[in-house]
Design a protein around this ligand. Structure first.
Ligand code: UDP
Ligand code: MG
Length: 318
């Protein structure tokens, strides 16, 4: 099979028939063998009955997964990825904002130009300013932290992957925003971008409007960065900072102690040790240092027991 199209959806009943028809048309025109995997993320409208109807009309092409409740776009993609069988996997939003006409070019970039992942880039975006403006900031940060310098649009719903990629990354929580980073962390570094057409939402409204997505988005990015850099060796970060702090504290305590001894020795009037700023420095530094060190050990204990501790990405083997 050439292509698996994965469509995560949450209450998109109006868009689905048109989207599916459009995909069918593009696939037939290009002679691709394909499947369309709908992942219904706990819709409360009639999305599922629409999907059932599409399945009845095209039983070989349509596959679908229905969540009992709304888990989010990432879990929906995760399950779609697990089910995908095509050589190239394409993800696409259900709201008709992404155009199926991009599929052939994306397919070629993966198969012929050797990309692991190609992300769409909505250069001209038809979304409200409240979405497009924060997105610019978000992408700039994501570029820096992830080191993927050539991507303008990390969170574009339209992406294409080599099948191997989707089978070796784990999209969870709200990590769909950072799939290119997940792929890079898993060793898939040929990541490209294609400018794609974008349209205004035709039906319904955006499912990602809350302000908390900014905070959560940055926290997720921090977590990913931490996991990528120190996930397998937490002691290296905690132990290092802990030791550094403890050393500073130790130097401070030496200064305090030595001064006190000197005063006692020379018999001059000696102030209390608590009058010295170094006393407080020593106190906090040594306590914090020890705690960080212990955090490092705990991290090591946890990662030692993590079931995925020896899941290395092996590319080939004889
Ligand atoms: N979506 C989903 N689960 C959710 C929220 C959204 O599967 O909890 C789907 C949604 O139906 C759409 C895609 O994710 O197919 C992108 O959502 P949306 O178009 O609302 O996001 P936007 O384009 O506004 O960023
Ligand atoms: Mg949308």
């Amino acid at each position: 099979m050439d292509i698996s199209v994965i469509i995560p959806l949450y209450n998109e009943e109006e868009s689905l028939p048109e989207l599916f028809q459009w995909i069918q048309r593009v696939m037939n025109e290009n002679g691709f063998s394909y499947e369309v995997i709908f992942v219904d993320d706990g819709s409360t409208d009639s999305s599922w009955s629409v999907i059932q109807r599409l399945k009845a009309e095209s039983p070989d092409t349509v596959h679908a997964i229905k969540f009992r409740r709304n888990y989010g776009k990432s879990p929906a993609l995760y399950c779609g990825f697990a089910a995908a069988q095509g050589d190239v996997v394409i993800t696409m939003d259900a709201d008709l904002q992404d155009s199926p006409d991009e599929i052939p070019a994306l397919y070629r970039m993966i198969r012929q130009e050797g990309y692991d992942l190609v992300s769409g880039y909505k250069q001209k975006r038809y979304d409200p300013l409240s979405k497009t403006l924060p997105t610019k900031l978000f992408n700039a940060t994501a570029r820096r932290v992830s080191g993927i310098k050539n991507l303008h649009d990390f969170n574009c719903g339209l992406k294409a992957y080599r099948r191997e990629v989707v089978k070796h990354i784990e999209v969870y929580g709200e990590m769909h925003r950072y799939i290119p980073y997940l792929a890079k962390a898993a060793g898939f570094t040929r990541i490209g971008e294609k400018t794609v057409h974008h349209q205004a939402r035709k039906f319904g409204k955006s499912k990602f409007m809350g302000w908390n997505r900014f905070v959560n988005g940055y926290l997720d990015l921090l977590s990913l960065w931490f996991l990528d850099s120190f996930g397998l060796k937490p002691m290296h970060v905690f132990g290092f900072i802990g030791t550094l702090m403890f050393l500073l504290g130790f130097i401070a305590v030496t200064v305090v102690g030595a001064t006190k001894l000197y005063y006692l020795h020379t018999g001059t009037a000696h102030p209390l040790v608590t009058d010295s700023p170094y006393f407080y420095l020593a106190l906090t530094m040594m306590i914090l240092g020890t705690q960080l060190f212990v955090a490092g050990f705990l991290g090591e204990l946890i990662s030692r027991n993590a079931p995925e501790r020896n899941n290395y990405q092996i590319e080939t083997q004889f």
